[in-house]
Design a protein around this ligand. Structure first.
Ligand code: MLT
Length: 267
């Protein structure tokens, strides 16, 4: 069962917390929930205090607006403050990465290190914005199941699609269970998000970039460009994984994340 925290802004946030020691927070993508990180929260327990929240509108967190990357960032910062955490490793996958950039922009002093998984720094192109509007209409007219049907094939790589139908079905269930308010709010927040490319050279904390080799939504070339722009960053490309690299190849993902966390000097 989730832990629950009520933020100063009134939002109720559900989160999983395991382990002890230095905190690291993991932010899910769209339209996921905190269970995306189940393969990490269980395996990385010896590396610190892992906190995986449901972002506003997803899982068991409150669904009221407003929705924006800045609002998600404020929610995560509020949760960490409620938990008495002054500094944490902050990581996110895809949309969780967009939130991670917003946290870096708003409160860099909170960030001990960054993990950017299957994400990109850029804002939406006009074509992507058009697709998001179509997805908003689909969510309104046909509900989360239709959004899940539209999204599922891009969520995983060809290897997973061919070899692991159980994983694809489980992920489809997660997507189809997303609340419609959260789906629409997140799509609007992603459409309106700022371009974070100019932030990359300002990142002066250890940064791990992870991407599935078969990621079609945030392709490897985006991660290579981030790696080139973030001083001293480390890039890991996970073979046989697509967009949800942490779910598709958990052992490889946990190996690089665990190594990164244990190499940090927590003093
Ligand atoms: C995600 O997984 O969070 C989404 O694919 C991000 C996006 O649509 O830009």
């Amino acid at each position: 069962m989730a832990d629950v925290s009520t933020l100063p802004n009134g939002l109720t946030v559900a989160y999983d917390e395991v382990g002890a020691g230095f905190p690291f927070v993991l932010l899910h993508g769209f339209p996921h929930n905190r269970s995306l990180w189940a393969p990490q929260t269980s395996a990385l327990i010896e590396h610190g205090r892992c906190i995986a929240p449901d972002l506003r509108g997803f899982g068991e967190s409150g669904r009221e607006g407003p929705y924006s990357m800045e609002q998600y960032a404020e929610d995560v910062v509020g949760l960490l403050e409620n938990l008495g955490i002054e500094r944490a490793v902050v990581g996110g996958l895809s949309m969780g990465g967009y939130v991670t950039f917003a946290i870096w922009r708003a409160k860099p002093q909170l960030v001990r290190a960054l993990v950017l998984a299957d994400t990109r720094p850029g804002a939406d192109s006009p074509e992507t914005r058009r697709k998001r509007l179509e997805l908003i209409a689909l969510a309104r007219e046909s509900g989360p199941g239709a959004v899940a049907n539209a999204q599922i094939s891009g969520m995983v790589g060809a290897t997973t699609r061919a070899q692991n139908p159980a994983l694809v079905n489980g992920l489809h269930q997660m997507l189809a269970g997303a609340p419609v308010e959260g789906i629409i709010g997140a799509l609007q927040a992603m459409m309106d998000r700022r371009d974070s490319t100019e932030l990359l050279p300002t990142i002066d904390v250890p940064t791990l970039i992870i991407v599935g080799e078969e990621d079609a939504l945030t392709p490897v070339k985006e991660s290579r460009a981030m790696h080139a722009a973030i001083p001293g960053s480390r890039l890991e490309v996970i073979p046989g994984a697509g967009h949800c690299s942490n779910l598709e190849k958990p052992a490889a993902f946990n190996h690089v994340l665990g190594e990164f966390l244990s190499a940090l000097n927590y003093a």
